[in-house]
Ligand binder design. Structure first.
Ligand code: CTP
Length: 436
């Protein structure tokens, strides 16, 4: 009966398990997380390749063992010898080097790696990785490895914003690839915009998981205001009991965080949850569906509304000021409940709210696609994100999820991944739909 992104059935008197995850960023944490890790650094052909020298040093400082592979383009900017000196291993530059292959075959190198980092990842390299090409050593290693892949893009800002690059990055993210950066700022050609390679320190922190899911914004939602609702609502029955649901709020908080990192001004309307407010986000705490409705109305106008809250669909017709006493054995208790207003549908219909995009969530146990598309139409949404609940390792309370987004005429699958990563992918899709 409750609604939403990470919600569930209403349960009398159920309180949420405290599940506090706090992220901090400091070097010792990076060192702990990366100590002893075998990292394969693949260097692409961009001017930012010189920063990867510093990256090798910092990864080794954090305790990682580093081997380096370079594309032909990368060798135009930095020499293999420099990487060899810093990594303490021969640098691999081609598939066709018999001596190097004999020492350690490229498939062996792909297996050796516990983590593969591509930095800088040029537009060309991202395209080749997105399409699964194996036309040089670096692409082959990335295809052959089973280790988690992280890419650190660096390129001209027009190339970064090109729909082809955006689609390639979205495809990589959807496969669970970690995308770090790029930074916004001055670029090599005297221009400015998103496309700078993240600083080595930030890359190390992101790899170590100490800087949140993706450190740096690329400004996809720059200048836009986003209102996100998250968490459950509690509908009080009497002074000691309420109707609640098992939503943890993690998905909505992750979306708010991702939007803020993409440059948006974010207001997060949150039901009762045990979560830290994401950096740079304005938070409004509420308890009931009625309070959430009011807070959302107060937060508007905005450019984007994301309804990720598990709003109760029913509330008590009347709050009992005194504790409801139990009746005789064998007698049942009947609660008189009334419908709450559908906040999402109301928002979607408001012409004065300035909204360019309204996004809903649908948590379903079956017929996911059908029910989601019905809600998309019935609530007049621009985008709906559906996830199947009731399966282990996904949905409410879980850190992970799998979901599919539907819009009129299209859909996108997000395979199982941590919610923080899915939120990055969703915000990217939101930016795409805004421009469509
Ligand atoms: N929602 C809302 N206000 C409500 C109920 C739901 O804003 N009173 C929003 C949720 O935030 C979510 C979306 O509607 O984005 C879908 O919620 P869901 O519960 O899946 O759908 P319902 O419309 O409640 O349908 P049902 O419970 O029958 O599946």
């Amino acid at each position: 009966m409750a609604g939403a992104g990470d919600r569930s059935i209403a349960a009398l008197g159920v309180s949420l398990a405290a599940n506090l995850r706090v992220g901090s960023s400091h070097v010792s944490a990076s060192a702990t997380a990366l100590a002893g890790q075998r990292i394969l650094l693949c260097v692409g052909g961009g001017i930012a390749a010189y920063k990867s020298l510093e990256l090798v040093r910092r990864l080794r400082d954090a305790g990682a063992a580093v081997q380096v592979a370079m594309t032909a383009g990368a060798q135009q900017f930095v020499t293999p010898l420099s990487f060899q000196a810093l990594s303490g291993h021969p640098t691999r530059t081609t598939l066709w080097d018999g001596a190097a292959e004999q020492a350690m075959g490229h498939l062996e190198l792909a297996r050796w790696a516990e983590r593969v980092v591509v930095a800088p990842a040029t537009a060309d390299l991202l395209a080749r990785l997105a399409h699964g090409l194996a036309d040089d050593l670096v692409a082959t290693l990335c295809l052959a490895t089973e280790a988690p892949l992280a890419v650190v893009p660096a390129m001209n800002h027009r190339m970064w914003r090109h729909p082809a690059t955006e689609a390639n990055v979205a495809a990589l993210r959807a496969r669970g690839v970690q995308v770090i950066g790029p930074d916004d700022g001055p670029l090599a050609e005297g221009e400015s915009g998103p496309g700078r390679l993240s600083e080595p320190e930030a890359i190390v922190a992101a790899l170590a998981g100490t800087a949140g899911p993706a450190v740096v914004a690329s400004g996809l939602l720059q200048g836009l205001k986003v209102v996100v609702s998250a968490g459950p609502t509690y509908e009080d029955l009497d002074p000691v009991r309420y109707l609640g649901n098992r939503s943890s709020g993690k998905m909505g908080f992750a979306v708010a965080d991702a939007a803020a990192r993409q440059g948006a001004q974010v207001v997060l309307v949150s039901g009762p949850v045990q979560l830290e407010t994401p950096r740079g986000v304005r938070r409004m705490d509420v308890r009931s569906a009625a309070q959430m409705r009011q807070a959302v109305a107060d937060a508007l106008p905005a450019d984007i509304y994301v309804g990720a809250a598990a709003v109760a669909d029913y509330t008590a017709r009347a709050f009992s000021p005194s504790k409801i006493k139990k009746t005789g054995t064998g007698q049942s208790l009947v609660l008189d409940l009334v419908r709450t207003p559908d906040i999402l549908a109301e928002v979607a219909q408001r012409a004065d709210a300035g909204l360019k995009l309204v996004v809903g969530f649908a948590a379903e146990t079956d017929n996911v696609a059908d029910y989601a598309r019905q809600k998309l139409t019935a609530k007049r949404l621009d985008l709906i994100v559906a996830n199947r609940v009731g399966v282990p390792g996904s949905g409410f309370e879980s850190d992970d999820n799998a979901m599919t987004a539907y819009w009129p005429g299209g859909e996108r699958d997000f395979p199982p991944a941590p919610k923080v990563r899915l939120a990055d992918g969703l915000v990217e899709l939101i930016a795409e739909r805004l421009r469509a």
